[in-house]
Design a protein around this ligand. Structure first.
Ligand code: ADP
Ligand code: MG
Length: 626
């Protein structure tokens, strides 16, 4: 409505110079860092040419933390101070850890605020701190390789990560001195790496079998935006289980008992893992088992034997695949592309079974253990502003419109639903009353026209607006939604620059179901809502007209109006006042027009009189052009 909305300045983004940016796959087993260099996204190796960094941190008695390959090697001799798979503990409470921790050899101690700590020789450390050590090393690697400070990074998380887990990941980033541009879902990153966001619209399955976890995600690409349709998986299924099966086989063959010590067991696991990884490319591999007591063993394992061992395990991933399809409401044949992610998808049997299940050749061109980091790097490059705007990758959308309450309890949508984030929009509003010095900003979310039918997100006040006539102040309200979905609202009075702002988290606490219900309601009630909106608009207009008229009459009604004129105006105003109480927006509109007509001569006289007052004391010449 014209009364409240003067202009829409729209979005503006400042130009950037080239910024160093990186994508980080913070994995349960391995982590990687990647960056776009000369237009190509690639993972960055360490000085020895290794791209994968084992997500392992060893704490030493001198307080130092050793990260990666060295920590992994040392794990054999120092299992209690060597933390692996810390990702499983991120954002978890003491109770969760009791459940998960059964399988982990660490000593847990309860920390403050319900966060479990790991007891090490270097003191008690939190999972966030352990993750930060990994991130710190990857940051250093990237900065050395790229030759400068990173302006920002994108860190990936599993699609199913909840708020606490995402927050813990962000905290780890902050602790490592990283500027996290955003967290990106791992399956989305993989799809981006394959450029599927630029391809045809459709359904994509991301099959991710890593070291200790299995995730299947069904994404839908719609107008360049990835929606997560469903996720499923098994948090205790991955390459480690394959290792255990091979280790069991070796123990059987070699007669090694399960009473073997820590060191022998770790060595056995590494031998099993080496054999497994070899069998992804060779048909048969020799196995050499070294033991503390020199009672070694050697043997041979063929691909065929290996496949027979692990087939039940591979088939266990198909249950979650079926569940994910069901939750998404689609069939396997609806899936257009299947992307393979995770080191364990190098196992040929895994590829075979997945191809058979989806009846499609899975995508494996990009190294499955690098693909997530590559996608994150592409996204980081764009978010850092290294691409022109039209190449902006659109990955997430706002599920429900965001707006503010205007006069009459109406919502004025500022950012519409399905707008891709990050985004910013501004709109100008003005004061309603003469001399109004404060404006209350009520931020709401939803599709309905009336505020009472939407969800209230936050309220704040803009004070110290310089007193002006109604409609004189220009108040710019800016909505900014960052890549993580956090909303920041700022109100600024344009002449004096008085500002006030608030940060709200729009989707917090709203389940997908709640979002769906709100959308359905708004569609069912659209017509009724439109009428309700018109009624409120006319009521607001009526109030404005009456308010202006009364204050004018009080100022100069006596002076400028004759009795008969005054009577006609009063009658029209009374009529409008009555219609204002009813609910016929057309009648209100007519009554407003009647008031405007009855008072038109009066308005003209007022203008003339104010011009005379303004000119008083000046010579007429001053107003003529030279
Ligand atoms: P995560 O995402 O859990 O950090 P990764 O995607 O890095 O894990 O996968 C690690 C797993 O991949 C380990 O179990 C590792 O043994 C397995 N893996 C790596 N290379 C191969 C290979 N060539 N053949 C079979 N498994 C492999
Ligand atoms: Mg992974």
């Amino acid at each position: 409505m014209a009364l409240l909305q003067i202009s829409e300045p729209g979005e503006s983004t400042a130009p950037h110079q080239h910024q160093l940016a990186a994508g980080i796959d913070l994995g349960t087993t391995n982590s990687l860092v990647a960056s776009v260099r000369s237009g190509v996204a690639e993972t960055l190796p360490d000085l020895e040419g290794r791209h994968l960094l084992p997500s392992v941190v060893r704490y030493r008695a001198d307080g130092a933390a050793v990260v990666g390959h060295d920590a992994l090697t040392a794990a054999i001799g120092d299992p209690l101070n060597t933390i692996a798979s810390v990702k499983r503990l991120m954002g978890r409470g003491v109770e969760d850890v009791k459940r998960i921790g059964e399988y982990l050899p660490y000593e847990f101690v309860p920390g403050s605020s319900g966060m479990p700590l790991l007891h090490t020789v270097a003191g008690d450390v939190s999972p966030v701190e352990v993750s930060a050590e990994i991130l710190r090393l990857l940051k250093a690697r990237a900065e050395e390789t790229l030759g400068g400070e990173l302006s920002g990074v994108v860190v990936t998380v599993p699609a199913y990560f909840d708020d606490a887990q995402r927050q813990a990941t962000k905290d780890a980033g902050r602790l490592a001195g990283l500027n996290i541009l955003r967290l990106l879902n791992e399956p989305t990153a993989a799809a981006v790496a394959y450029g599927l966001d630029k391809g045809s619209e459709g359904v994509i399955a991301i099959y991710d079998l890593g070291g200790g976890t299995f995730d299947i995600s069904i994404l839908r690409l719609n107008k360049g935006v990835f929606e997560v349709m469903s996720t499923a998986g098994d948090t205790a299924l991955g390459g480690d289980d394959v290792d255990r099966l091979v280790a069991d086989w070796i123990m059987q063959q070699s007669g090694m008992g399960s009473d073997a010590g820590h060191v022998d067991m770790r060595r056995l696991m590494q031998t099993a893992r080496t054999a497994k990884e070899a069998l992804s490319t060779v048909d048969s591999t020799g196995i050499e088992l070294v033991r503390d007591d020199n009672a070694g063993w050697s043997g041979e394992l063929s691909r065929e034997q290996f496949n027979a061992l692990i087939a039940p395990l591979v088939d266990r991933t198909l249950g979650p695949c079926r569940r994910a399809l069901r939750d998404a409401g689609i069939r396997a044949s609806d899936v257009q592309s299947v992307v393979m992610v995770g080191g364990s998808t190098r196992v040929p049997l895994v590829r075979e079974r997945v191809a058979a299940f989806f009846d499609a050749e899975p995508m494996v061109d990009i190294d499955p253990d690098k693909v997530v980091a590559v996608g994150a790097a592409i996204q980081a490059d764009i978010l850092a502003g290294n691409k022109p705007d039209d190449e902006m990758l659109l990955l997430d959308v706002i599920p429900l419109s965001l707006g503010i309450e205007t006069m009459g309890g109406l919502t004025e949508k500022i950012i519409h639903r399905n707008t891709t984030i990050p985004t910013a929009r501004a709109q100008e509003f003005t004061t309603f009353k003469d001399g109004q010095t404060a404006m209350s900003v009520h931020v709401v979310q939803g599709e309905r026209e009336l505020v009472e039918d939407c969800r209230s997100l936050a309220r704040f006040e803009l004070r110290d607006i310089p007193p002006m006539v109604a409609g004189g102040a220009r108040i710019k309200v800016t909505f900014q939604v960052d890549a993580d979905g956090l909303l920041n609202v700022t109100a600024e009075e344009q002449t004096q620059g008085v500002t006030s702002s608030i940060e709200v988290k729009p989707s917090y606490g709203l389940s997908d179901r709640a979002i769906e219900t709100m959308l359905r309601e708004s569609m069912e009630t659209a017509a009724a809502d439109r009428d309700a909106r018109r009624l409120r608009e006319e009521q607001v207009d009526a109030d404005r007209v009456l308010e202006a008229l009364h204050s004018a009459l009080a100022a100069d009604g006596e002076e400028l109006l004759q009795a008969a004129e005054r009577k006609a105006i009063d009658a029209a105003a009374k009529q409008l006042d009555e219609q204002r109480q009813g609910n016929d927006y057309r009648a209100i509109k007519r009554a407003i027009e009647a008031v405007e007509k009855a008072s038109s001569t009066y308005v003209e006289r007022r203008m003339n009189s104010s011009i005379r007052k303004a000119m008083a004391g000046h010579k007429v010449d001053e107003f003529n052009s030279p």
